[in-house]
Design a binder for this molecule. Structure first.
Ligand code: G6P
Length: 579
């Protein structure tokens, strides 16, 4: 996954593209590049981040240009592998998000026909193929080329012979911003919002021509129209707004995100496929998988509806026998594995529901129906408010399946999150920042909370952290316990309380310090642990939310204390559009 951005209009393209790429950096940030139509193709591309000091002073001429910020897949991050890539005659420049699966074959054939390759990327084959097909019409050449490509791509192509950008999409996101006398093409809306809220989402198989005056979209031999949609995210939502990091801002936006997402879904408006299913299969990755696992525990406990949950990346290769409703949870709506899993579920005649934060994202085109979270744009790579908004949607589904018996609880959720934001975690941060390894344990719905807490910690602090079902720690990980491996235990007053206390005592007996999250006034727990952090004594749903927010804040502040790159942790990206 990478970010691509193109501009055509009356203004100088390069500064607009630089700004756009900075907004897209969360999709990948190991190298970047821009090409414009100035005197011929003018190009500038470099290893590193465009947002690093001094990197963005790119002086290229012309009012038409394309840019790219990369998350390396084929070839290490360096200047040569950075996009844009060109053909042998420097007549074609191209940026690409996605993977060309048959690139090795194509490259062999192209080399045999005399083409010279500079980079190790899969993308470069596209430039050379277009070179071969190009006579006097870039659109036709791109159309003839994409029919040879297998895999996923969002492409932007320019040539000095033509005053336009040609864009093509297959299984990678591509949105066109419709401005006033100018057009934008990008991987998502965040870099476009500053200029226009009007957007057209290309469909798989679409090829578009963006000129200074119009956008024409072709699908096969037909010219097609794609509806202009109004995007209600504001440009302010994509700024840090005085916070030191996007992640902290987004953690603080969680009360609103939770409230908005709860309020956006009612019994009357949920899609037909989502109305009380007899069983559910969830497919998801990363944090979204953890949200699904919390849902499994809560739905099975409250409604007795069986839920099976599968990593989307496994589902494709080892599809379980599925029927009924399959729910794909994906904040970005673009995770390749989740999209593939949903397609497979459809092929098995299952009903499919997507839960996503991004209007017009690919998942909404695949699933039968979509429920949108209303978290607003999330820029930090580590998911926080999108996770809480996923929980809001999932908890609201449980509420609807339970005849609204959790209405009051859910309508208080945002207040509880708000109150917990001010919790003093300094002692816990002091312990965590010195740790070489951390374990997180919980039972029931608090087990996936511990998984998510550990994921946040490792993603942004780079401290090794593992979440475990509390009963499992003695089956192996006990060998790792020492005074240098603190254990964070989530111990709420439910049926598992007694056994959790026993587990904590066993951990303590192995010399590991224990930080416990429990409800206020729990003196028994306070007495057995090294550090006690309280959440209000409320409903389990709310305790899930509040303990989760504490773990997000703990990860955030520990990473700040270790001077980590909070919003752009090494090697990661927000949306993973490759398998
Ligand atoms: C990436 C992100 C994670 C996210 C996962 C799944 O790894 O860094 O934060 O949880 O993808 O993303 P999705 O968009 O499908 O929720």
């Amino acid at each position: 996954m990478c970010g691509i951005f193109g501009y055509i209009g009356r203004r100088t393209a390069a500064p607009i593209i630089v700004k756009g790429l900075k907004k897209l950096e969360y999709r990948g940030y190991d190298s970047f590049g821009i090409a414009t139509l100035g005197s011929g193709i003018e190009i500038s591309k470099h290893e590193g981040r465009i947002s690093e000091n001094g990197r963005s002073a790119i002086r290229l001429n012309g009012t038409i240009g394309i840019g790219h910020t990369r998350w390396a897949t084929h070839g290490i991050p360096n200047d040569i592998n950075a996009h844009p890539h060109m053909d042998c005659k420097n007549r074609i420049a191209i940026v690409h998000n996605g993977i060309i699966e048959n690139y090795a074959d194509l490259k062999r054939q192209l080399i045999a026909r005399g083409h010279r390759f500079l980079s190790e990327t899969d993308t470069e084959v596209i430039a050379h193929l277009i070179e071969e097909k190009y006579t006097n019409n870039l659109l036709t050449a791109v159309r003839d080329t994409v029919s040879d490509l297998q895999g996923s791509f969002a492409l932007l192509v320019i040539s000095p012979e033509e005053q336009r950008i040609v864009a093509a999409r297959n299984a990678s996101p591509l949105v066109i911003g419709v401005g006033d006398g100018e057009f934008f093409a990008a991987s998502d809306m965040t870099p476009i919002l500053e200029y226009t809220e009007r957007a057209m989402f290309l469909e798989d198989g679409d090829i578009a021509s963006l000129s200074q005056t119009k956008v024409e979209i072709f699908h096969g031999d037909d010219i097609v129209t794609r509806q202009i949609e109004l995007i209600d995210w504001s440009v302010e939502d994509t700024k840090k707004g005085g916070f030191p990091h996007y992640m902290l801002k987004e953690i603080y936006e969680q009360p609103q995100a939770f409230y908005n997402s709860i309020s956006g879904i009612t019994k009357e408006t949920i899609p037909r496929v989502a109305i009380k299913p007899s069983s559910v299969v969830i497919v998801a990755c990363g944090s979204s998988f953890h949200a699904g696992l919390i849902f499994k525990y809560l739905l099975e406990e409250t409604c007795g509806i069986p839920v099976r949950i599968e990593y989307a990346s496994e589902f494709k290769y080892f599809p379980p026998p599925v029927n009924g409703l399959v729910i794909g949870i994906t904040q970005s709506g673009e995770t390749a594995d989740t999209l593939t899993a949903l397609k497979q579920a459809k092929a098995h005649n299952c009903s499919t529901l997507a839960i996503t934060n991004v209007l017009g994202s690919s998942v909404s085109r695949i699933a039968d129906s979509t429920l949108y979270m209303r978290a607003g744009p999330e820029i930090s790579v580590a998911a926080t408010k999108s996770f809480v908004a996923q929980l809001a949607v999932l908890m609201q589904l449980i509420n609807i399946y339970s005849d609204n018996q959790f209405n009051k609880v859910l309508l208080q959720g945002h207040r509880a999150i708000e109150d917990i934001l001010l919790k003093d975690l300094s002692e816990a941060i002091a312990i965590c920042k010195k740790a070489h390894s951390l374990f997180y344990v919980g039972r029931g719905a608090f087990f996936p909370v511990s998984l998510e807490g550990a994921l946040k910690m490792k993603e942004i602090s780079y401290i090794h952290a593992e979440g475990y079902a509390a009963g499992e720690l003695k089956h192996g990980p006990f060998a790792l316990l020492s005074k240098d491996t603190p254990v964070i235990a989530i111990c709420m007053p439910d049926d598992t309380y007694g056994v959790m206390i026993s587990n904590i005592k066993e951990i303590k007996a192995r010399g590991a310090p224990v930080i416990a999250l429990g409800v206020e006034g729990d003196s028994e727990l306070t007495d057995v642990v090294d550090l006690f952090i309280s959440v209000p004594k409320t409903h389990k749903f709310v305790q899930v939310l509040t303990s989760l927010v504490i773990l997000q804040l703990l990860a955030y502040h520990t990473a700040v204390a270790l001077k980590r790159d909070i919003d752009k942790p090494r090697n990661l990206a927000k949306s993973v559009t490759v398998e």
